[in-house]
Ligand binder design. Structure first.
Ligand SMILES: Cc1cc2nc3c(=O)[nH]c(=O)nc-3n(C[C@H](O)[C@H](O)[C@H](O)COP(=O)(O)OP(=O)(O)OC[C@H]3O[C@@H](n4cnc5c(N)ncnc54)[C@H](O)[C@@H]3O)c2cc1C
Length: 310
């Protein structure tokens, strides 16, 4: 049976990704008592699944992979007195500055002075679009597929279609090619590819991914497994059937502020509630999320010490 424990801290940070680790480390290194809770069993948030290079250039002056960047940031965090609670999901933040968290066999009520939400973002799923047809196996968001492959050691299908041209979709298009799969196409409803120039060059052009602009998926076929999609080309008005056993969506990211929903008032959020990283706005570059977290951590430590320079 689970027990209810209590903890008290100056700052509760929710999310141990690039932003949360930096916020917690900065505040703790200035003398604040900090608890950092994350619902995953390991630190880094999204970083460990980003096995490609491209992280840390701004912050460390050299490029590394997501897991390497995560290790570097976590080792900075570990040198501080901040308490890390892995496998601990914060379920609720209350107006009386307490939070309820569920961890390994224990429910904990955490009392805090300041709270930082660094819970990352969510991916828009296919079902946020009006797409009729069956609901078969074989449909993933790009981040889900990335996590399954890179961390879960699992596989998706062999013939992939990608809807949306965001950065994660482009990075996964390259990854599928490297894994010997066929990328049957990438549909983008706009008139140009999304994402960073660098990904367009290194992931799409370099791997000859067939890009369909002015195009979107309008029907799903197959059950219980995906067999194909209908793609509508709005510039020609034509429909095309594309055979595929996997559909990946890269439709965009939304900051995850769900924990704060009940706390917003007419004049905004309470002064003790803060956001950083992708929970605040979507950061293309992890360095940006870390820098924002670090700045916030310093500011909160200073605030707790009544404005004294620390
Ligand atoms: C596929 C992909 C490729 C990228 N490539 C690059 C690149 O090449 N170079 C680069 O610089 N940047 C890249 N980025 C961007 C960068 O990785 C992110 O901007 C940054 O890592 C986001 O950090 P974060 O801390 O805001 O969120 P996250 O890393 O998402 O961390 C949030 C954490 O909060 C946890 N959490 C959520 N809710 C709760 C809760 N209620 N209780 C407890 N824990 C909770 C989550 O499980 C997660 O561990 C990429 C991003 C993606 C998705």
């Amino acid at each position: 049976m689970s027990s209810i424990g209590t903890r008290t801290t100056d700052i509760l940070v929710i999310g141990c990704g690039a932003a949360g680790m930096a916020a917690a480390a900065a505040a703790a290194s200035c003398g604040a008592r900090v608890i950092l809770a994350d619902d995953r069993d390991r630190p880094g948030g999204i970083l460990p699944q980003c096995v490609h290079s491209g992280f840390g250039l701004g912050r460390y002056g050299n490029e590394m992979t997501g897991p390497e960047y995560s290790e570097k940031e976590f080792s900075r965090f570990e040198k501080t007195s901040a308490v890390y609670l892995p496998g601990t999901r914060v379920l609720e933040i209350r107006p009386d500055r307490t939070a309820l968290a569920a961890g390994y066999g224990e429910i904990t009520e955490v009392s805090f002075s300041e709270c930082v939400i660094a819970a990352g973002c969510t991916e828009k799923p296919l079902w946020s679009l009006p797409v009729p047809g069956t609901r078969p196996e074989g449909i993933y968001t790009a981040g889900e597929a990335q996590e399954l492959i890179e961390l879960g050691g699992r596989d998706v299908g062999k013939r992939i279609f990608i809807l949306g041209s965001g950065d994660i979709g482009q990075i996964m298009a390259r990854r599928f090619c490297q894994l010997g799969k066929t990328v049957a196409g990438m549909a983008e409803s706009g008139d140009h590819l999304g994402g960073m120039k660098r990904n367009q060059e290194e992931c799409i052009k370099a791997f000859d991914i067939p890009v369909m602009l002015h195009s979107t998926v309008t029907r799903i076929h197959g059950y219980p497994c995906l067999e194909g999609v209908t793609v509508h080309h709005s510039d020609t008005g034509k429909d095309e059937y594309v055979e595929c056993d996997t559909l990946i969506t890269a439709l965009g990211l939304l900051p995850d502020r769900s924990l704060a929903e009940g706390l917003v008032k007419e004049d905004g959020y309470p002064g003790w509630l803060h956001f950083c990283g992708n929970a605040d706005y979507v950061h293309e570059i992890a360095d940006g999320a870390s820098a924002q977290g670090e700045k916030l951590g310093h500011e909160l430590a200073r605030k707790l010490m009544h404005g004294k320079e620390v």
